[in-house]
Design a protein around this ligand. Structure first.
Ligand code: ADP
Ligand code: MG
Length: 258
């Protein structure tokens, strides 16, 4: 299936979010088509994590609309204030999104396999005999088929992050959100995680990736958004974005990343 502009998985418009007196998101729009990979780049503090967290209801927006596959998570009311869908609708919508964090957040007292099957069993009420084969298949995909009985403390950071990816995928999401998945890793461990994400992209997963890996953004993403101080300063098709950044702030950021 070809992604078209009418085939939007994420359609967020006019997102505003403040923490106390600090305006963190100041009218952000993001559209992601099916099977598209969108990279979000920008300096620390520009609002990238907050934007991702608003998309899957880890934070609430103050104003704006977010539709996931045409279902509204939140919309503005007539006073331009955010009005959220009922709890049950929110749960259904958010179940379509998996998220991977910089800090892997694995359960330390559970084996790798237990980490991956936990949410499908407790949240989706799946049977062990249906989820275990799927979990093993996902662990094979992320290159950890021989680690299922290990505990997180026995794994490298890169292996832990690949378990976290498998764990998110075990919920069978339509969309994967990544918040700097390689930023906590030693440089020599980032490659396997990025390769796993690239494979996911090749398998046509819809992905939003906050990253400082400019190579990944250029090679794997279809679209790049550059955020600065709570707004998207510039966005474009990945290759032309890097080849020919238009905005002075984008140019300054990209040179600081070299
Ligand atoms: P980025 O991910 O681009 O580094 P963040 O979205 O984490 O940026 O943060 C943007 C701004 O919002 C920062 O100034 C940060 O201090 C502030 N911020 C983020 N989360 C909170 C919070 N829970 N409470 C108060 N301020 C926050
Ligand atoms: Mg962040």
């Amino acid at each position: 299936m070809h992604a078209t502009t009418t085939d939007l998985m994420i359609d967020a418009r006019g997102i505003y979010k403040a923490f106390g007196q600090v305006d963190v998101l100041k009218g952000v729009d993001i559209q992601v088509a099916r099977s598209e990979v969108v990279a979000i780049i920008g300096s620390s503090g520009s609002g990238k994590s907050t934007l991702l967290r608003c998309l899957n209801y880890l934070e609430k927006v103050d104003a704006g609309s977010i539709a996931i596959e045409n279902d509204f998570l939140v919309q503005n009311n007539s006073h331009n204030r955010a009005h959220y869908a009922p709890e049950q609708t929110i749960r259904h919508i958010c179940a379509r999104m998996g998220m991977v964090f910089q800090q892997f957040n694995l359960f330390p007292h559970m084996t790798v396999l237990q980490n991956v099957i936990e949410a499908p069993i407790t949240v989706k009420k799946m049977q062990r005999n249906e989820i275990v084969p799927l979990a093993q298949e996902l662990l094979r995909k992320v290159g950890l088929e021989n680690k299922q009985d290990c505990y997180p403390s026995q794994l490298s950071g890169g292996q832990k992050q690949r378990v976290a990816i498998a764990r998110a995928l075990a919920m069978q999401p339509q969309i994967m959100l990544f918040d700097e998945p390689t930023s906590a890793l030693d440089p020599e461990l980032t490659g396997d995680v990025l390769k796993t994400m690239q494979q996911l992209a090749e398998d046509k997963m819809t992905m939003v990736v906050v990253t400082h890996e400019m190579g990944f953004a250029r090679e794997v993403a279809n679209k790049v958004l550059f955020m600065d101080k709570g707004v998207i300063v510039e966005s474009g098709e990945a290759r032309s974005f890097f080849a020919n950044p238009q905005h002075a702030r984008t140019q300054a950021f990209l040179s600081s990343m070299l």
